[in-house]
Design a protein around this ligand. Structure first.
Ligand SMILES: [Zn+2]
Length: 317
């Protein structure tokens, strides 16, 4: 579908059919689903809108942002007439079979295989058959592939510096890809917390003429989990957004209440800085949280975050 060798299928043009296939050359290792994914309540009518897929091919593993990849494929469609040899007809055929909205067929697979075979026999083009045909098509058309990664490289999410990497990936994706749904999330979180910071209670928002001073922070990074729901959010002032993103301080649910807990990263800070950030073990008053307890920070998401970041709490040491 995305012109990967042995195409996987994205749902853009296939509503209500199963989009993801394990393919011969590419192994789909992970799929992130967009917020538009819906479950109809009928077992065979689940609509998934993948936002990224992680694939392995030829010993390489990478994450592919579906929307960004699709934009590149469309750019190739538009100029396909300019391609040499059999390629214009093959690329047209790729476009035509997607336009039908039918599930991935053998015909589509053989079209992509045909594109790859054509590319490998195109003179002067260093293309290894079986590898991703899209960069080769872009090269033939003189299209510059988008600069910079469409997703943070997977090693950015590695274990060397999990706290920093997972969070920076999150920030990257927030800045780069999020549109309207991100604003909906931010507004919903801020409104649920009455524009209050959950860690210090400062109310820096909802003031006409002044831009809101509280941020809607994600508990689980959007880049990895795509959970734009209020229980995956925290309304935080700038200081606490930083301290939370840097994994210095975290809310923790203990006996039906939330407490502020410093992690061992706080050991790297001076006493004065720590005192500015907060007090170890301070309970978060109910008034700083959403009135509706169903919107409170999800314990499950928090637990997952601690595990993802490898957090050690000072109070546990
Ligand atoms: Zn604060």
């Amino acid at each position: 579908m995305l012109m990967l060798p042995d195409p996987t299928r994205e749902l853009r043009s296939t509503p209500k059919s199963l989009p993801i296939a394990v393919t011969k050359r590419y192994i789909v290792k992970d799929v992130g689903f967009g917020t538009e994914s819906e479950f109809t309540g009928v077992a065979d009518l689940v609509t998934f809108v993948p936002s990224y897929i992680t694939v392995a091919n030829l010993g390489e593993s990478k994450s592919i942002g579906v929307a960004a990849r699709w934009t590149r494929v469309e750019a190739v469609y538009i100029q396909s007439d300019l391609l040499p040899g059999a390629l214009p007809a093959l690329v047209q055929s790729h476009r035509d079979s997607l336009a039908t909205g039918d599930p991935v067929t053998r015909a589509l697979t053989s079209t992509v295989n045909g594109i790859m075979a054509s590319l490998s026999s195109t003179p002067g083009l260093a293309y290894q058959e079986g590898s991703d045909p899209l960069p080769a098509l872009e090269m033939l058309l003189g299209i510059s592939p988008p600069s910079g990664p469409t997703l943070p490289p997977p090693d950015e999410l590695g274990e060397d510096a999990p706290a920093i990497s997972a969070r920076s990936a999150h920030q990257y994706r927030l800045a780069k890809v999020r549109g309207a749904s991100g604003r909906v999330f931010s507004n919903a979180v801020r409104a649920s917390y009455s524009n209050r910071c959950a860690f210090c209670g400062a109310q820096f928002g909802g003031i006409p003429g002044i831009r809101s001073g509280v941020d809607a922070a994600h508990i689980l990074a959007w880049s990895k989990h795509d959970l734009d729901v209020v229980p995956n959010g925290l309304s935080l002032c700038k200081l606490h957004h930083w301290a939370f993103d840097a994994a210095i301080i975290m809310p923790r649910r203990e006996d039906d209440r939330y407490y502020l807990r410093f992690t061992n990263l706080a050991d790297l800070l001076g006493h004065e800085e720590i005192a500015r950030i907060g007090k170890e073990g301070q309970p978060i008053p109910d008034q700083w949280l959403p009135n509706d307890t169903a919107l409170h920070p999800s314990s499950a998401f928090l637990q997952r975050l601690y595990a993802d970041l490898g957090v050690t709490f000072r109070s546990d040491v």
